[in-house]
Ligand binder design. Sequence first.
Ligand SMILES: *[C@@H]1O[C@H](CO)[C@@H](O)[C@H](O)[C@H]1NC(C)=O
Length: 324
Amino acid sequence: LDVEKNHSVVSEFFLLGLTSSWEIQIFLFLFFTVFYVASMLGNILIMLTIISDHHLHSLMYFLLANLSFIDTGVSSIATPKMIYDLFRKHKVISLKGCIAQMFFIHTVGGTEMVLLIVMACDRYIAICKPLHYLNIMSLRMCISFVATAWTIGLIHSVAQLAFVVNLPFCGPNKMESFYCDFPRFIKLVCTDTYRLEFLVAANSGLISTGTFFILIVSYVFILVTVRKHSSGGSSKALSTLTAHITVVVFFFGPCIICYVWPFPTLPIDKFLAIFSVIITPFMNPVIYTFRNKDMKVAMERLFLRALSIRQNSFSPSPRNSDSS
Ligand SMILES: *[C@@H]1O[C@H](CO)[C@@H](O)[C@H](O)[C@H]1NC(C)=O
């Protein structure tokens, strides 16, 4: 028999999940379900509001809608399976499923990082170079920014996956996590993993650390400019910026620890992933959108419109009977 072919005997992995304690699992079930449903509803509401309201057809809001679209992806890749798995004794995932998860997580995650940079640049130009804003940030630019973000996300993901798709697995097939990702995945490969670890640190580690610093620097620039030009608005700007920085730390902190931590894997990093995968997609709408006055007004308009359509279709109003 062909020994080479049988080398890869592992065709599925056991995800050990976060904990084996029954009480904590019930808590996690409620926690994940609430956050997942809330972030899906919030992000879908944002997309509907922005697409349906022509007052919001500007670059900033299109970027926000795209961020919401990406966030529905981020939260849907691993969370539903994890919620489903919580009460299963054997949490299995096939090799193909595992690779698919890594592909989608990194494509969407890479895209989100680039999009966050674009959004920070957009705010920077709007606040610090307002006279040039309309010249630089046109709607055409927006489409090319979004296309660039997806291209970079895709390249980032494929560049890592290309090295691992054909690797042999022979040893243990248990992963101490609730979804597949490179750092734990490559630990299970039979061959020498040192170069692979370096590759992941150089790719995922670099993109998350780089984005983190670019975002922090751009926020500091914006804050300094706002403080110089206005005294009244600076406390509001400060609170908005603090909120942004909190989200950025929540999202990037776990990524950086997960991909560039040079020492043996930390036991808490499987919990840290919850922040990137579940909490940030929920926080983004809260931070970027629900604090925004124009968005709130537009959502009210959308609700009123939906309400009036409902009333018209359920109870024929006098106006309807007049016209018929
Ligand atoms: C993303 O941005 C483009 C414009 O650049 C816009 O046409 C599109 O509707 C946005 N996507 C979503 C889901 O809103």
